[in-house]
Design a protein. Sequence first.
Length: 337
Amino acid sequence: MVETVTTREPMSGAALRRAGAPAPQLSVVVPVYNEEESIPHLHQRLTAELEKLGITYEIIAVDDGSRDRSFSLLSDLARHDRRWRVVRFRRNFGQTAAFSAGFDRARGDVVVTIDADLQNDPADIGALLEKIGEGYDVVSGWRERRQDPFLNRRLPSMIANRLISWATGVYLHDYGCSLKAYRLDVVRGIRLYGELHRFIPAIASWQGVAVAELPVHHEARRFGKSKYGISRTVRVVLDLLTVRFLLSYGTRPMQIFGLLGLLASSLGVAIGAYLSWIKLVYGAAIADRPLLLLAVLLIVLGVQFVSLGLIGELIVRTYYETQAKPIYVVREELNGA
Ligand code: UDP
Ligand code: MG
């Protein structure tokens, strides 16, 4: 569980509501980790673009344990511009935790996430909102002309996007793009762990949401440096296994582990039966046959898989029942008068 520890936060969303502050139409969530040079430009560009849209908005900047002047710059902004809210983590918890803290506090009907490093263009927010207006629940930016190095960035990302799309059934060109828009209830219904933020569209698909994709601009990083390296690819693939499992067997682990167990043990029993047959009927020596080892291995494996499935079932029940989590999401409900 990712605990979002904060200090000196001006006011939580609930506290603001209690204080009677009207909810803005849009919440922009910005994760910030050592981005001191970018922050003044970010403020200026966001303000210019959002004011053009003529809507009420708030910007929730989440300082993810920066060690530079990011926090002091952000707190200056919040002092001068009431639309800026700042959350400061005690240490670096990662981008997913930062998004999560932003989502927990967001009050706008629509939540937009954007990077602090100016690689995304705030001018695209208007188009994202238009798409949401058309009825989509999630609109994902697609960095069609991505300005990052090919070999260690674009190529692994291309492969990862194909893989994620195929495995989750939600086809997107660019899962990695931070510039995305969501309806508030979509992000509220999602708990994020580890580094799962890039899978939000796929995780949200469990709720039955309409997902759209929109080409957005992308610029090369001007200040500071990227917080990630090539090792991210491996972690994305591992995360994908988790997401894939949760999406398809999250509430019925027995069906996957049980199936594997049944397959393994049936094969083991079949091989064992064959060996017994040739031993008993033909008197063949089977003690030194590798097949015997395989039979034993498969049966033991089968029993383990089935046990794992049963334990999984128990855990799923605990998971849903301790938190009174529903295993479904209702779109609407009509009760005759
Ligand atoms: N970020 C963060 N915590 C981290 C790493 C990154 O809040 O541990 C922020 C970072 O400040 C930036 C965004 O997440 O606003 C994306 O990071 P980065 O630009 O390094 O990723 P890239 O664009 O290279 O994929
Ligand atoms: Mg970046």
